[in-house]
Design a protein around this ligand. Structure first.
Ligand code: PMT
Length: 219
């Protein structure tokens, strides 16, 4: 790692699906396992970077990585805002819930006797867009795009809208890749550069390929 391609760089990575409280014992979330973000943290540490991982789930990690555990999108945003100024690279691999419950109940919700229960949702902040719009000169911001169709079009849109330097697009319509699988396949988009496709492979191996593309781009 002393001579790794990311030696001396500070990297911040988010992983997993955020958990939006309904009451003290229940939440709304998604199928993200955190595997992709954890694999990126491992690959960044192997490449010599100083890694901070903000995650909603606990998985195996190299000892050198600092872990910040969060639950909700709002907590994740706060942790990212605290860490971002010290970072050279930010990778937003988390599946952030687009909505949260407006008023989570203070006590466990009981059955009412009625058949219907209504939860009112409101939009969450966009963590990647927030980082993208606050980045300064040397900082490199990387987002993912989880799509089931029109991968290239939506990825290019996210590049612009979220002020990202790179968007890693994955097709999440198949169970062999994307959410909660051990493998993934991505196409990497950057402004004014030809897209690069990395084939279906274990997330750990793929993460090393992604780190190589990032380190090539910041040289
Ligand atoms: O965790 P795994 O089971 O290993 O699965 C990996 C993965 C499929 C979750 C991962 O590879 C992935 O695609 N992560 C991003 C999922 C997602 O939320 O994609 P999106 O297209 O909805 O969002 C685009 C980008 O904006 C992402 O970088 C996301 O982190 C970010 N975002 C989205 C919404 C929001 N409120 N805040 C954000 O920062």
């Amino acid at each position: 790692a002393e001579h790794g391609s990311l030696h001396g760089k500070n990297i911040l990575i988010t992983a997993g699906g955020t958990r939006e409280a309904i009451d003290p014992v229940r939440y709304i979330s998604n199928r993200s396992s955190g595997k992709m973000g954890y694999a990126l943290a491992q690959a960044a540490a192997e490449a010599g970077a100083k890694v901070t991982l903000i995650a909603t789930q606990i998985r195996h990690l190299p000892y050198s990585v600092s872990l910040i555990k969060v639950e909700s999108a709002q907590e994740m945003l706060q942790a990212v805002q605290d860490q971002f100024p010290q970072q050279d690279i930010f990778i937003s691999a988390a599946a952030v819930s687009d909505y949260r419950i407006v008023h989570p109940a203070k006590e466990k919700i009981k059955k009412t006797g009625k058949n219907d229960l209504t939860l009112v949702l409101q939009q969450n902040p966009d963590i990647l867009a927030d980082a993208g719009s606050h980045k300064t000169g040397h900082q490199f911001v990387v987002g993912f795009a989880a799509e089931t169709q029109n991968l290239a079009v939506y990825a290019q849109e996210k590049l612009v809208k979220k002020h990202a330097d790179m968007i890693i697009a994955n097709d999440v319509s198949s169970t062999a890749s994307g959410f909660n699988s051990d493998q993934n396949q991505v196409t990497i988009f950057q402004n004014k550069k030809t897209a690069i496709t990395l084939p279906l492979q274990d997330k750990q191996k793929l993460a090393r390929g992604i780190m190589t593309e990032i380190s090539n781009s910041i040289q």
